[in-house]
Design a protein around this ligand. Sequence first.
Ligand SMILES: *Cc1c(COP(=O)(O)O)cnc(C)c1O
Length: 350
Amino acid sequence: MNFYPGPSKLFRSVEKHLQEAYQSGLLSQNHRSPAFAILLEECISKLKAKLDIPPEYEIVFTSSATECWEIIAQSFTKTESYHIFNGAFGEKWYQSTQKITKKASAFSFEIEEKLPVDSLTVSDETDLICITQNETSNGTQIRENELSALQNKFTEPLIAVDATSSMGGTYLNFNKADIWFASVQKCFGLPAGLAILAFSPKAIEQGLAINENNHYNSFVKLHENALKFQTAYTPNGLGIFLLKKQLETMESIYLTACESMDRRIQWYDFLNSLKTIKPLVQNIETCSDTVIAILPKNVNDLLKKAKEQGITLGKGYGKWKDSTIRIANFMAINEEEIEQLQKFLRDYEN
Ligand SMILES: *Cc1c(COP(=O)(O)O)cnc(C)c1O
């Protein structure tokens, strides 16, 4: 049993889809062939349909969320970006951008605090505001109304959202930001090595105006190829094939989002009934539906005892590395596994 929040448990169906991918012959097709363009087009149209992404948004594939951080810094930032975060992934994005653009500023807030939109100020030079919608390091999540408030207050800069550990697991209103990305080894329950990067018409316009073209993955190259359903370099065809297949079997994101939330509510009820183990995030308005961080008395002992029972839990991350354990609430994990983990945690306390 694997509750690691990425790479995470794969969907059972991946085994069958891997075989189908091999048999289809698509994996030896040139990435500029018509067969490959059809695969790309189908995968993108299924993504838009299943995740409710507006038709006018452009979708490209990259290899990781980390690569998306670089593309955004290189191709969408003329002068400066503004990073708002409450955890380690948002901070890493800020640090990686600073190395590239030399001019990024940061604002940090607390895990029990809603996005403090009223306290934010950005300079006139700010091209881009960067937000981590689901902070995998501490199990917090920015709600849609907070993104709306941000968008209403800052109408000029683009808003870019890291949704790596929520896309495919919760409902995201893509109209509330201009750039969205996620890699597939979290909520999508697929093997790592592929990320989805989506651009609004406003982002496309800004990327084209900046016209940065010094990197193999510069936006103008990604865009030029996307118009032909091609890619700038030989892409992860297997990952794209598996994503397409998984999307075909996936239920609507509205249902998935309700299920994730129901499971999270059940998880919190359960955790609050325990004697010593408590959730890290107590505020139900900031806690994540897809990643749950818990505070045990003795992290290493709990990880070890779980391992002995064949249960892999997520180690803590960043500032919470030594004090927390993270539990993925992803759809590839079934109800029986959750019951078994909860039984283990209750027995562990007694
Ligand atoms: C996992 C994760 C990343 C890094 O993803 P890669 O695909 O390994 O680059 C970035 N941001 C968040 C929020 C994550 O959870």
